[in-house]
Design a protein around this ligand. Sequence first.
Ligand code: FAD
Ligand code: NAG
Ligand code: NAG
Ligand code: NAG
Length: 503
Amino acid sequence: MSAETTSLMKYLIINYRWVLVCFFLLPLSFLYNGYFAIRNWIFFKLSSAPKNHLKKVQSIQKQVQEWNKKGRKKKLCTARPGWQTMSFRRPAYKNTSHQIVVDLVDVLEINLDQRWVEVEPMVTMGQLTTVLNPLGWTIPVVPELDDLTVGGLVMGTGIESASHKHGLFQSICLSYEMVLGDGSVINCSENENSELFYSVPWSYGTLGILTATRIRLIPAKQFIKLKYHAVHGLDKICERFVEASSCSDNEFVEGILFGPDRAVVMTGNFTDKPEPDKINCIGKWYKPWFFKHVEKKLNPYYKNDVEYLPLRDYYHRHTRSIFWEAQDIIPFGNNLLFRVLLGWLMPPKVSFLKLTQTETTKELYENHHVIQDILIPAKHLHKSIKMFHETLEVYPLWLCPFYLGQAPGMVHSKSGKSEMYVDVGVYGVPKVLDFKPEKSTRKIEKFAIDHDGYQMLYADTYTTKEEFRNMFDHKLYDKLRKKLNCEDTFPEVYEKVSRKARI
Ligand SMILES: Cc1cc2nc3c(=O)[nH]c(=O)nc-3n(C[C@H](O)[C@H](O)[C@H](O)COP(=O)(O)OP(=O)(O)OC[C@H]3O[C@@H](n4cnc5c(N)ncnc54)[C@H](O)[C@@H]3O)c2cc1C
Ligand SMILES: *[C@@H]1O[C@H](CO)[C@@H](O)[C@H](O)[C@H]1NC(C)=O
Ligand SMILES: *[C@@H]1O[C@H](CO)[C@@H](O)[C@H](O)[C@H]1NC(C)=O
Ligand SMILES: *[C@@H]1O[C@H](CO)[C@@H](O)[C@H](O)[C@H]1NC(C)=O
């Protein structure tokens, strides 16, 4: 191919990716979702899921026992293909590991007396709210995107606008059922095998294979009463946001920064009594993207505006536009005409987007795009927003508060007492001129380590192993890895998530 053809192709791929997305990926995502919705409904109605669960777990045990018999040659991982995970990373370890087929996609039992739901790890958030919300119940923390899985949220982490009250996703989990490297099944909870229970979160599948999780339930109502507070000036923004997060009367708190000095802080409560003229079904396909809708509230005309969002519309408010990632993929996606005609197909599945990436789009993404969530104590919020502005200058910035306790494990409050933290989410194209993926990310990571913070595991980490061990508390994890003989069974977390370990 001549140089001109190559650069023309590059140009087309970069600027017209939306053609592929609109005419191919959107319909495909739609069919795929439809198929699974029907399949799940049938399985749930027939109640065949619980009966099959035992068989499915036995099949995993058998695979692990076989692997043991054959001499434990390669380390283990799940066979879920890399393109299916939400993380944009290409998991290089998949190729060099022994893959265990884990086909666990069902809701097993809903126990309203004891207030829990038991699910298999590949159950998604969208699936769970579909089953629970019509019954008037919900899990307390529902990470926003439909396709996030329970397994990924337990093994990595999950956060949502109720986390200032309920903590990270793991803190609403009551127990885990796992298959270990010797092929045995084990249950763990606060009262049973508690060291394992505390070590599972953030272990990224490196202690055992998760086969079921019991999650706490709370009663839900049909609507969320949402108040939008436009705030100007960084000092005021931080003050307002921290104040809202510290008030346990607010069920939900979230902030979106649209520039270094303007933000909308949102607070919400459950309610069954909406004011009819203020209901906004923001999840409908023809509605504007949520973050665009929120941006309008910066206008003084909407001072302290109140709306009532149907529960599922609220929970999945960031799904259609994948926070604000969709604007880079379908630039005119929030246009009214597009929304009315094709909006019902949105969003494309992240997994399909990844599957159809070319080397060019991958390179583009890696060199001109950031996806990071940094978790830092709320008292350092001001400083960290400034740091993000200097290092990246990406807007909008997502602010989500969460309560971090002291339960042992990889991630806990580092100050010795429970504390309010903030997840600062940076998704988009940096505007600073000297953006370099490695250099800039390392700067952010150093800031996190210096300020008792953490980095989410789904994103690229450029830390050295020593820095990584500095960020995450490995004491209990190391102990469990030794006790359960994990050294030659699973890779370490660092080996799975590090750029350095892969390059
Ligand atoms: C575009 C995007 C948007 C996001 N939005 C949010 C958000 O709104 N809220 C939020 O909290 N987080 C969000 N995240 C981060 C998300 O929390 C993590 O990616 C999380 O790990 C869930 O991802 P997943 O379900 O795709 O799991 P995966 O990436 O598939 O799994 C994560 C890890 O868990 C391990 N694992 C999974 N299942 C099992 C099992 N059964 N047994 C053993 N190990 C297992 C896998 O080996 C893998 O290493 C987002 C990430 C991206 C890329
Ligand atoms: C995995 O292996 C296949 C074929 O063996 C190869 O084409 C692919 O590039 C490899 N993927 C990674 C991430 O190394
Ligand atoms: C784990 O708990 C489930 C119930 O949640 C039970 O059916 C199963 O037998 C337990 N397994 C072990 C190994 O204790
Ligand atoms: C939620 O309820 C608390 C206490 O009842 C109240 O202070 C707060 O303003 C309410 N928030 C909204 C959005 O109504």
